[in-house]
Design a protein around this ligand. Structure first.
Ligand code: BES
Ligand code: MN
Ligand code: ZN
Length: 470
């Protein structure tokens, strides 16, 4: 998509005219009908022809409360009508705040997302041009929003990619290519190096797969002095069969998306570097395929994690917390980040708890919780806090090792998973865990089956911008 700015409406071009519910006065400059059959209901569209045969799209923005999802209205409109657009399409942007305009551009950019990456017959895709009609200079907003939209599309491509393509090594190559393009640092620790450095949990989860595990370390450090402002850790399970504690086959194909947390981490570091934000950021992705094989790790095995702590494996399907444990210990020991956020499609339990409407948030840091909650509402990538009470710890006590990876009881699963992770944060004072199992991948109006949502890129990027201001 190409976004440009123009100062005047060109009556020969198609034009998108956003309308808030019940506020239709400004329509009179575009249409002659006195009372159009349209009231501005959210994401509704009324197309009318202009005097020059051009198309005028009245786009409903709904009410005040719908402003946080104005991107959705534009995405839907563009997705449904882009096939008719041969010439630049104008967008009336008068009345939008800068934040809303950013969402408008992101929504339009997201409508370019192509799910059919593996179809042999390619649709004829032509870059669309949108002309933003605005009297003030919005070029920097256009540029930034386009970069955000493009990054979201790139991580959706990753999450939707099939597991036979996106092996752990493939994620490593993706990160290396991104780092080279974006002039930041990327190191991929391959299996042999993981053995040398003692990533026992990542290795255990990955040992049943022909595709060896990796740990990806990305660094964007524009500030002087090595202090890392924020460290991100992502769960990068490229396919989760459950291992020997095998999952049922219903919907198993969706477990290709078990690297949604990793995708957010890779996307955010790429975006922060692209936007040249003045923040020192490190992203760590712990990636493995949880497969069934004679070499698979077993229930009952005891493994030693990167931290040195030993873990008794009760259920090989609780693999995400294992790879994250190593990722968290590693980032905290190697980089001492001032703040740490991990993202993971960690539990089915968080879906039982919050459904598809918010990520589960776990932290002892009320400041971070508050800021993330607020930004979650503003970006419409919501988080909802759940507790880390000490009582839950007893669920993780093992008779034979330092901890076990599952209590064996189907209660408070998202919380006990978070408690497990907490044991590997070295009591870090500014750690947040986001369980994104319900929000990272799901139903979409643009796909027949579940697909990647892109959740998290805006939440974390805006959070990082926020701490820049502090
Ligand atoms: N990747 C799954 C969690 C998941 C489930 C993500 C559904 C997205 C949709 C995770 O590795 C898992 O299997 N969790 C188990 C843990 C249990 C065995 C302790 C779960 O939540 O059932
Ligand atoms: Mn699992
Ligand atoms: Zn998993």
């Amino acid at each position: 998509m190409i976004f440009t700015q123009v100062s005047k409406v060109n009556v020969h071009h198609d034009v998108i005219v956003p309308c808030r519910k019940g506020q239709l006065e400004h329509l009179q400059q575009f249409i002659t009908i006195k009372e159009p059959d349209f009231n501005g209901e959210f994401a509704t569209v009324q197309m009318v022809y202009g005097a020059e045969g051009n198309r005028i799209y009245l786009l409903g923005l709904g009410e005040e409360k719908d402003a946080v999802k104005v991107d959705e209205a534009f995405q839907k409109l563009s997705f449904n009508y882009k096939k008719y657009w041969k010439k630049p399409v104008q967008v009336i942007t008068e009345g939008f705040t800068d934040t809303e305009l950013q969402k408008v551009i992101i929504g339009l950019e997201l409508s370019a997302y192509d799910m059919g990456a593996f179809k042999t017959k390619k649709e004829d895709v032509k870059a669309l041009t949108f002309e933003m009609v605005s009297s003030k200079d919005v070029t920097s907003i256009l540029k930034e929003a386009k970069a955000i939209g493009e990054t979201i599309n790139r991580i959706k491509t990753l999450v939707d990619a099939p597991a036979n393509q996106k092996t752990p090594e493939f994620l490593g190559q993706w990160a290396e290519a991104s780092a080279e393009q974006g002039h930041y640092k990327c190191t991929v620790l391959h299996q042999e190096e993981l053995k040398v450095q003692g990533f026992g949990a990542v290795l255990a989860v990955g040992q049943g797969s022909a595709n060896p595990p990796v740990v990806i370390v990305t660094e964007y450090m524009p500030k002087k002095g090595g202090t890392v402002d924020i460290g991100l850790v992502g769960k990068g399970i490229t396919f989760d069969t459950g291992g020997l504690s095998i999952k049922p086959s219903t919907n198993l194909h969706y477990m290709k998306s078990d690297m949604g947390g990793a995708a957010v981490v890779l996307g955010v570091v790429e975006l922060v570097a692209k936007l040249k934000l003045n923040v020192n950021i490190v992203g760590v992705v712990a990636s493995a395929e949880n497969a069934v094989d004679r070499n698979s790790y077993r229930p009952g095995d005891v493994i030693q994690s990167y931290s040195g702590k030993t873990i008794e494996i009760i259920d090989t399907d609780a693999e995400g917390r294992l790879v994250l444990a190593d990722g968290l210990s590693y980032i905290i020991k190697e980089f001492q980040p001032k703040q740490v956020i991990d993202l993971a499609t960690l539990t089915g339990s968080v879906i039982q708890t919050l459904g598809y409407s918010a990520a589960g948030m776990f932290t002892n840091n009320s400041q971070m919780a508050q800021t993330l909650s607020k930004i979650g509402f503003d970006t419409n990538e919501r988080v909802w806090q759940l507790p880390l009470f000490a009582e839950y710890e007893s669920d993780l006590q093992s008779d034979i090792a330092d901890l076990r990876n599952y209590s064996g009881k189907p209660v408070a699963g998202a919380i006990t998973a978070a408690k497990f992770l907490e044991a590997f944060t070295d009591a870090h004072k500014a750690w947040v865990h986001l369980d994104i199992a319900g929000v990272s991948f799901g139903d979409s109006p643009y796909s027949k089956m579940k697909s990647a949502s892109g959740y998290g890129v805006q939440l974390i990027t805006n959070y990082i911008k926020q701490i820049l201001d502090e």
